[in-house]
Design a protein around this ligand. Sequence first.
Ligand SMILES: [Fe+2]
Length: 339
Amino acid sequence: MDKLLSHLAHLEITTPDVEASTRFYVEKFGMRLVDSIDGASYLRCWGDHYRYSLVVRHGDEPSLANMAWRTASAEALDAAAASIEAAGVQGEWVPGGHAHGKAYQFTGPYGHSMKLFYEVEKYVAEPGFESVYPDRPERRSSHAAAPRFLDHVTVATSDVRGFADWYNRALGFRIMAFTDLDEAPITVFSVLTTNEKSHDLGVVLDTSDRAGRVNHIAFWVDTHEDLLRTADVMMENGTPMEYGPSIHGIGEQNFLYFREPSTLRVELNSGGYRNYVPDWEAKTWKPSEGSNNFYRNGAMPHSMTESFPPAEGFTATEEGASEEMKQALLNPYAEQGRG
Ligand SMILES: [Fe+2]
């Protein structure tokens, strides 16, 4: 298959309070509001090459409304649409949106909205925001917590391996790793990528009956020191760290997680490996190997299993599931001992 997708271009999320969420991303996180259109905020990181990477719209609940990927070429956009339809999903062509050209919009087999486009408006810095680096779209933010660019999105699904297989077959995402529980052959996590990054699409097991949910959105900083400073700045300004800073075994990325005002989870990453191997064979990790927290010295808080919008009805509480299995499913990345 020729390369179809290049990278994640932007995410569209919903929040009950657009103003509060926007203020958070601007004042606490150091993103910049570039456009306000029909009540939606268009936000960018200083290193984003397109006009914006995050759209914040009104919705009754926190959710992922859309994820937008840029194709490798104009021809690849047509090929991607044909491949999606050949894989059994019918989407539709939509006219250009704000700062991008015509797009193919579809809902994947596990309920996630995805938009593909090639034509896009490159960001040109307004006077006062130019960088002295010719390759930088904008000068580095002076905000101490500012992320450089959008990194990835991690969604939730009822069938992690089925999800990974479909996005691999239909769109050429490389499957980089899986996590199966120590106690049982249940796959709770996978990472996929369109490029050399360890992942730009993650997927966690969703044991609720609500399809199309998101677990977190993630941004990037250059160094571990930048990440630690963000934790410090966030803590000093009243935003607790939900989990981390620590390092994921899978992908070898430094991480921290916090919540924005809607309660949606935001991750910050630095580091991690690069992988260019076209026929990479995904390994299956166990949580006890440190798939999530490589140091294995701190259990993941239960709150990390919450995806968005909120849902009830964990199937792990159904009759027949052992106490051990309920706990494992409710907290799939908890440490299972150090082997
Ligand atoms: Fe993540």
